[in-house]
Design a protein around this ligand. Structure first.
Ligand code: PLP
Length: 412
């Protein structure tokens, strides 16, 4: 394993980790819904707001500083995704960006064209495409997944891809089950029939370093609030495609990439904070002279390995408990450190409420991966979801396991 900051050192950056409840330190397993934020991110945002706050493209210092901060943030996300700075677009969140992108791509499509989505996806990567079904007569087809293993049905995907397909919209990783999809393979299959590939990397990007060049996808979106940043969305689009796209925009607004997809005044402080989150991750590597992308790669590799060890233990312990059902791929398969389960006799909400009394914060429901929960045959109550982040410790995982064991003992 590469030497990066120790767990204790990492934790010291997160003020939220000093929170206690019922005299116990809070263990945050709610990262897949949004992670905690290191001090550096909050400080970058207040520094911007207190000392550089302005609108863009004017001839006075604070405005120039804002332009520079936004350019620096584009360069940071270019490193993060292995893209070019002009291929980066910022927006309110991933969902809003995908509605915008789908509407733009939809202008090029005709009734009878097809878009392939997947049953494994969050609805932010389903409903914006389904909107084109109603508005433009586009046909939407969805790839099945195996409910036992959480894997996409690749034969079904291959069957659905014909030359009528104009877009494949696929998730990098399932936010409900943790499955990591083979994006390179999916992109290659879709490109063979001439379709664009859009990747929802919201649950993927916090755990695997995105490489848009290696994947080969045309568009990809992620949300920095899932990887230690503020609430924001980031979209990558290949330069030449963004340039051609007929986007809904105001006439006087800048027409060059990536600003042409950014409607209205942006969340400058959020963008600055999001870049600070990427730099926080890169700086977990102790060698500042190394290139930022390389440091990110080394840090992600190490964190992924740590996460794998944590959830292997969690997975095995939950699997061995009677009356607990664990869903999704086993730890040996490509997956994120997100584990979902149900406990017989308790609603998912009840499980999370009782765990929170033990200062263990987990989330419940369908997490907008509504199709996944439906296909698993679960009620609207959905799943209990636990996710490991860079600050999660073995001790916290043990507390979580003990908490579920206790629930099992007092089962109604
Ligand atoms: C896999 C996945 N896709 C998309 C989204 C939506 O992202 P945003 O909240 O930035 O719109 C989420 C949010 O939880 C998610 O987990």
């Amino acid at each position: 394993m590469h030497r990066i900051a120790s767990e204790i050192e990492i934790r010291s950056h997160f003020p939220a980790l000093t929170r206690t409840m019922n005299d116990r330190p809070v263990a945050y397993f709610d990262g897949p819904g949004g992670t905690q934020v290191p001090r550096e991110v909050g400080e970058a945002m207040t520094e911007y707001l207190y000392h550089h706050n302005a609108n863009t493209h004017w001839a006075y210092p604070a405005s120039k500083e804002t332009d520079e901060a936004l350019l620096a943030a584009r360069a940071t996300f270019a490193d993060f995704l292995n893209a070019k700075p002009e291929e980066i677009t910022f927006g309110a969140n991933m969902t809003t960006l995908v509605f915008h992108l789908a509407r733009s791509i939809g202008r090029q499509l005709e009734a009878g064209d097809e878009i392939v989505i997947t049953d494994l996806d969050h609805h932010a990567n389903i409903d914006p495409w389904r909107a084109l079904e109603v508005e433009k007569g586009i046909r939407i087809k969805s790839v099945r997944f195996d409910t036992d293993t959480g894997q996409l049905d690749w034969a079904h995907l291959t069957d659905l891809l014909s030359n009528k397909v104009k877009v494949l919209a696929i998730g990098g990783a399932s936010n409900a089950l943790g499955t990591i999809n083979d994006l390179k393979q999916a992109t290659s299959l879709a490109h063979q029939v001439g379709a664009y590939v859009f990747v929802d990397a919201v649950h993927y990007a916090p755990h695997k370093l995105v490489d848009v060049q290696a994947i080969g996808c045309d568009f990809l979106a992620c949300s920095p609030y899932k990887f230690y940043g503020p609430h924001l969305g980031v979209l990558f689009g290949k330069h030449e495609l963004l340039e051609q796209l007929s986007v809904p925009k105001l006439l006087p607004a800048p027409n060059h990439n990536g600003e042409r997809l950014e409607t209205g005044t942006q969340n400058h402080e959020g963008i600055v904070g999001a870049a600070a989150a990427v730099n926080f991750l890169a700086n977990l590597h102790p060698e500042p002279s190394l290139d930022r992308r390389l440091r990110l790669q080394l840090v992600f590799d190490t964190l992924h390995q740590r996460g794998h060890e944590l959830i292997s233990h969690l997975w095995d312990s939950l699997k061995n408990m009677n009356h607990v059902t664990v869903y999704g791929p086993s730890p040996e398969m490509p997956r994120t450190p997100t584990v979902s389960f149900t406990v017989d006799g308790f609603s998912s909400e009840e499980v999370t409420r009782r765990l929170s009394n033990e200062a263990i914060f987990t989330s419940h429901g369908d997490f907008y991966a509504t199709t996944v929960v439906h296909k698993l045959g679960l009620s609207e109550e959905g799943l209990v979801r636990t996710g490991c982040a860079c600050y999660t410790t073995q001790n916290e995982v043990d507390r979580l396991i003990e908490g579920v064991k206790h629930l099992n003992r007092i089962r109604p």
